[in-house]
Write a protein that binds this ligand. Structure first.
Ligand SMILES: [Zn+2]
Length: 292
């Protein structure tokens, strides 16, 4: 059993073919490790750009690289990907968050039209494993690699934001909290179409009150002070990301605004609620008891 931790660097490039920007990968960096957490091999290659004509100044500053260096790289994306696939072999592929994997998929789709990474048989999102083991991170706030390293007192001396150095840093984080039985639960079989449906699913906020996905029976609030079910005082107001209405507690008479967020995730519909203290100028429409 072996693992390959891959990190990619990319540059936003405008594609005339797609009439939009694509994150064009310019560097692959990876380490191969065995299940005793020993590094057994590494991979580091630059990709000669085919789409971009210059380096985004932000990326240039971050990576300390120039576009000229990339232009003199020996291989293009398809060639580097073929070499990387050989390096991966039957190891489980790991990346820090799925964004690198999505970039890899996007680039492959662009250059070969192939919608799956057929050389890969299993995958693990190392970020979600580390978040789980450290008990941090949430849907709205994800654990960055350097933050994770700091939390674990890992010193990183390598060049940051270069692919191989970031892959090595990801490895040091993994090594510190690796427990095979827990880790195995995070490894996904990628030979199934389901894996790609989940990977490419875009979470969206539902803001249409008439949508059948919005279960009105869940849109209630209990008083934060005394726990009693509150009375809705205004109609649901559709905001950019949520539904909002005013409520009053029949016991303590405290009033507040209730916000309901309805998220359509791959796993299904997720409801979340937030109580907001009243803002005097927003109360002009209170008094209506119609909650249709
Ligand atoms: Zn109350």
């Amino acid at each position: 059993m072996s693992y390959v931790i891959l990190d990619l660097e990319w540059n936003a490039a405008y594609s005339k073919k797609l009439k939009k920007h694509i994150n064009e990968i310019f560097e692959f960096g990876a380490v191969k490790i065995d299940d005793n957490m020993q590094v057994i091999d590494s991979f580091s290659m630059l990709v000669r750009p085919s789409i971009g004509k210059f380096m985004n100044p932000y990326v240039k500053k971050l990576t300390n690289m120039t576009f000229e260096e990339l232009r003199s790289a020996e291989y293009n994306f398809t060639q580097v990907l073929t070499l990387f696939a050989e390096f991966l072999g039957d190891s489980t592929l790991l990346t820090w968050s799925t964004s690198d994997l999505l970039a890899l998929l996007d680039n492959q789709q662009y250059f070969s039209g192939e919608g799956k990474l057929s050389f890969m048989t299993s995958y693990c999102d190392l970020q979600s494993y580390c978040e789980h083991r450290l008990g941090v991170g949430s849907a709205s706030r994800q654990l960055g690699l350097s933050t994770c390293a700091e939390l674990m007192n890992i010193e990183h001396s390598g060049e940051q934001h270069r692919a191989l150095a970031d892959a090595q840093l990801s490895f040091l984080c993994m090594k510190k909290i690796y427990r095979k039985p827990v880790f195995d639960e995070f490894v996904e079989d990628t030979t199934d179409d389901e894996f790609y449906r989940k990977l490419t699913f875009k979470t969206k906020m539902i803001t249409d009150l008439k949508s059948p996905l919005v279960d009105r029976s869940k849109m209630f609030f209990d008083c934060p002070e005394c726990g009693v079910r509150c009375v809705q005082k205004t109609k649901w107001n559709v905001k950019s990301r949520c539904f909002k209405a005013f409520f009053v507690c029949p016991e303590c008479k405290k009033d507040f605004a209730g916000q309901v967020f309805v998220k359509q995730k791959y796993e299904g519909i997720v409801f979340s609620k937030k109580i907001v203290r009243p803002n005097p100028e927003e109360k002009e429409d209170s008094g209506s008891t119609d909650n249709s």
